[in-house]
Design a protein around this ligand. Structure first.
Ligand code: MN3
Length: 206
């Protein structure tokens, strides 16, 4: 059975950029709903129950067709949110000690943090409806900014996410209403660049 991973910070830890009420509902209700529906989809498929959600969404073709959409949506929801909670933290800038390699990679690809943010924001605002915006290492090893729809995971495309932001309205509506741009600006203040750096090193290790 899949379970919501423990959050290693309090709901108010990201204030004022992400408000406590949003964190409480997003983590406690939305993420839980993906878990419940994923477990329900897998109920009669014991051979899939030992696979991690990451393994399932990385190889959707191997999931029986009758539950493939459910695994894509709810497994993807579980994978994406589990990933998202881990890359959020205040006060871990790209200049911090643990972020050396990712800083080099960002500056190598986008010239500066500011230009990266500009490009990332453009993609995040361009995701129509519900979805996510990611910085990934794609299957040719390139650093790319990509949007995905709904709960589609970059893993399904063979890309490895380094950081990502949920742009479903449930992620920001309480505090930012329709102003996704303000939410993205706020998100830039809570990226745990040390964790993003770890993600990059993991990808490089293979
Ligand atoms: Mn969400």
């Amino acid at each position: 059975m899949h379970e919501v991973p423990k959050l290693d910070y309090s709901f108010d830890a990201l204030e004022p950029f992400v408000d406590a009420k949003t964190m409480e509902i997003h983590y406690g209700k939305h993420h839980q709903a993906y878990i419940d529906k994923l477990n329900a989809a897998l109920e009669n498929y014991s051979e899939l129950q030992n696979k991690s959600a990451e393994e399932l969404v990385s190889d959707l073709e191997s999931v029986p067709e009758e539950i493939r959409t459910a695994v894509r949506n709810h497994g993807g929801g579980h994978v994406n949110h589990s990933f998202f909670w881990k890359i959020l933290k205040k006060d871990v800038s790209l200049d911090s000690e643990g972020a050396k390699e990712i800083k080099e990679a960002i500056c190598g690809e986008f010239n500066s943090l500011e230009e990266f943010q500009k490009a990332f924001k453009e993609v995040a605002l361009g995701v129509f409806g519900s979805g996510w915006c990611w910085l990934v290492v794609d299957n040719s090893g390139e650093l790319k900014i990509v949007g995905t729809k709904n709960q589609d995971s970059p893993l399904s495309e063979g890309s490895k996410p380094l950081l990502g932001v949920d742009v479903w309205e449930h992620a920001y509506y309480l505090k930012y209403q329709n102003k996704r741009a303000d939410y993205i600006d706020a998100f830039f203040n809570v990226i745990n660049w040390a964790k993003v750096n770890e993600n990059l090193l993991d990808v490089r290790k293979g």
